[in-house]
Design a binder for this molecule. Structure first.
Ligand SMILES: [Zn+2]
Length: 301
């Protein structure tokens, strides 16, 4: 996604805080003695959409990424990027925390034409084999309605189903429909609430596909008005689909990593205006459930 946002950023209300004061004080005292000053912000976030590329890695080694996640209160994160070795190194640094998705592209331009590359599914299968089971999904795959019936896409859906992996798709509703028509049992993460990020456009797609989850990354600015107040139609959408939505920062370039704290605060700004039980599901509960369930099914013989 391009960085289109926020020439003029509204002042955001404080997110709700549920950590007891005594606990904050105890953490501050402990942290003070270790040379660290601040407790991570609340609520904890499970980020469902991050990227870490070779360009990012040249500027920010894995230890710095983990420090960013620490100070931004990110407990776990779904991360993909090119080359896959960058993501694998990051995962090796914090295997409990980083959930790697396999980037299927082998060149920057592949984002536009990968769906016409008949050699891609076999290459992806070989990369999955070589990585020895660390990947939990394939993506982010950029694809739009005209290519919804691409044999390459459908082969990736088959591969994901066979290996119990998720697909992360940045694309139109027609693509989501095609993938579930092919593999109804698949779990799909729909990036950025799809390509028509309006409640009336997203809700029917979620209703059609019970295994579809959508991440809210990059759309945060749409949810609030000029005063930073959550818009009523989005509040209603979040409450009605509280079990199907996941937050994310989407580090689509290195500068986004460098302003990570600011984007995480923006997410907490709108989350904090939702009923606490709904905010908790979007912030981390849904992703924890999703990845815990997947882990259980993967461990069964
Ligand atoms: Zn992305």
């Amino acid at each position: 996604m391009p960085d289109t946002d926020h020439a003029c950023r509204p002042e955001l209300p404080r997110p709700h805080r549920r950590r007891p004061r005594t606990c904050v004080l105890a953490i501050a005292l402990l942290a003070g003695s270790a040379g660290v000053t601040a407790a991570p912000p609340e609520p904890p976030l499970f980020d469902a959409h991050l990227h870490y590329t070779g360009v990012d890695a040249a500027a920010l080694p894995p230890e710095e990424i983990i420090a960013i996640l620490d100070r931004s209160g990110i407990t776990r994160a779904v991360i993909s990027g090119m080359p896959t070795s960058a993501v694998e190194r990051l995962h090796a640094t914090a295997p409990e925390r980083i959930i790697p998705f396999l980037n299927a592209y082998n060149a920057p331009g592949a984002k536009r034409d990968w769906m016409h590359d008949a050699t891609l599914p076999a290459r992806v299968a070989a990369l999955l084999d070589a990585a020895g089971g660390v990947y939990r999904g394939i993506g982010e795959l950029h694809i739009f309605a005209a290519d919804a019936q691409s044999p390459v896409l459908l082969a990736l859906a088959d591969l994901a189903a066979e290996r119990e992996l998720m697909l992360q798709i940045h694309g139109d509703a027609e693509v989501i429909d095609a993938v579930f028509a092919r593999q109804p049992g698949l779990t799909v993460l729909w990036a950025h609430l799809g390509t028509k990020p309006r409640p009336d456009a997203i809700a029917p797609v979620l209703a059609r596909h019970p295994n579809l989850y959508a991440d809210t990354s990059v759309r945060d600015g749409r949810f609030v008005d000029e005063q930073g107040q959550l818009r009523p139609q989005w509040r209603q959408f979040f409450v009605e689909h509280a079990d199907r939505l996941l937050v994310g920062v989407d580090t689509f370039w290195t500068r986004r990593w460098k302003r990570f704290d600011e984007v995480a605060a923006e997410i907490r700004g709108w989350l904090g205006q939702l009923p606490p039980a709904v905010a908790d599901k979007l912030a981390h509960g849904n992703a924890e459930r999703l990845f815990a369930e997947e882990k259980l099914s993967r461990e069964q013989p």
